[in-house]
Design a binder for this molecule. Structure first.
Ligand code: HEC
Ligand code: HEC
Length: 258
């Protein structure tokens, strides 16, 4: 094989090392090219200068984990962590390692990150996190790289088993993450995988103290989300769903009780 792998491998390797949240791109990615396999050549020096299929993989994986950290801090209902992670994301977005044409999308993402960092309301921060995922998906859609992003997503077959309180929460985590990937790719399959988890998982009020009606609301939002296909509606429902997680976790935090 005479494709100059040396140009693509470091990118794939960097993504694999720095971003544990993303499944490292399998080797086949490094060989993929929109025009099909590069013509064979007997002489390495004559090998065509094939553009890597994933020129932005390292940047994308950094964004993927950056937005994922903000999402997890939001789910935990931890305002300090949200601010910290959203500021870190804004710095990552600022590093300029993207084509100039992406600037408007990056500006939008950065403004959401700054707003989330400063936002006192968890509900409003949750909506911003959902809007960021939608911004990712909108560009992938527009640039026709949806299948490629779907390929790079982490596996979705490690469904947490069981019905203890912690196991039900782990299933909530699984569902919320799959829905998020469903927006980022965007992938209708991941979205359905995520929303289905809430439909088949027992109501968390069966195992958690639920002073509000968070659990009921989580499930009813997930049920509605399961049925909608429109991206704006998905974004809105996803933000509201994340807010139910954030509100209950914030209330359960020892600091919040004082
Ligand atoms: C303005 C366009 C644009 C935006 C915004 C964007 N992406 Fe991408 N993304 C791309 C392109 C183009 C690819 C195709 C792979 C490449 O070019 O390296 C890609 C690929 C990816 C991949 C697959 C990387 C791989 O292994 O090849 C992931 C994961 C990803 N994006 C995550 C995100 C996340 C998360 C966001 C939002 C925070 C985001 N992207 C926002 C353009 C964008
Ligand atoms: C009615 C309250 C309530 C709701 C609603 C709720 N959780 Fe939880 N969750 C808890 C409690 C209590 C814990 C355990 C103690 C803690 O971490 O504060 C927990 C823990 C977790 C954990 C950590 C589990 C582990 O391995 O320790 C995850 C992940 C999680 N929740 C995800 C979610 C997601 C995602 C949502 C929303 C879709 C959600 N939860 C909604 C109460 C709730």
């Amino acid at each position: 094989m005479n494709v100059p792998r040396s140009r693509t491998w470091p990118i794939v390797a960097l993504g694999a090392v720095t971003v544990l949240a993303c499944r490292p791109a399998p080797p086949v990615h490094a060989d993929w090219h929109p025009d099909g396999p590069a013509p064979a050549s007997d002489d390495d020096d004559d090998a065509p200068d094939v553009a890597p299929a994933h020129p932005h993989a390292a940047t994308m994986h950094a964004w993927f984990s950056g937005v994922g950290e903000v999402r997890d801090a939001l789910i935990a209902g931890d305002r300090d962590a949200i601010a910290r992670q959203a500021q870190a994301l804004a710095r990552t977005l600022d590093d300029g390692s993207f084509p100039a044409a992406w600037q408007p999308s990056v500006d939008e993402l950065r403004s959401h990150a700054h707003a989330a960092a400063a936002e006192p309301s968890l509900d409003a921060a949750a909506s911003l996190v959902a809007q960021m995922a939608d911004e990712c998906g909108a560009c992938h859609d527009a640039l026709g790289v949806v299948a490629l992003v779907e390929d790079a997503l982490p596996p979705d077959d490690d469904v947490p088993e069981g019905t203890s309180a912690a196991q039900i929460m782990a299933r909530h985590g699984f569902g919320a993450t799959r829905m998020w990937e469903g927006m980022v790719a965007p992938s209708p399959r991941r979205w359905i995988r995520g929303t289905t988890m809430f439909v088949i998982t027992p109501d968390c009020a069966q195992t958690q103290p639920d002073e509000g009606t968070h659990c009921e609301r989580t499930r009813s939002l997930a049920r509605r989300a399961h049925l909608v296909e429109d991206r704006t509606a998905r974004t809105e429902l996803y933000g509201q769903l994340l807010a139910t997680c954030a509100d209950c976790h914030a209330a359960a935090r020892p600091a919040a009780r004082q």
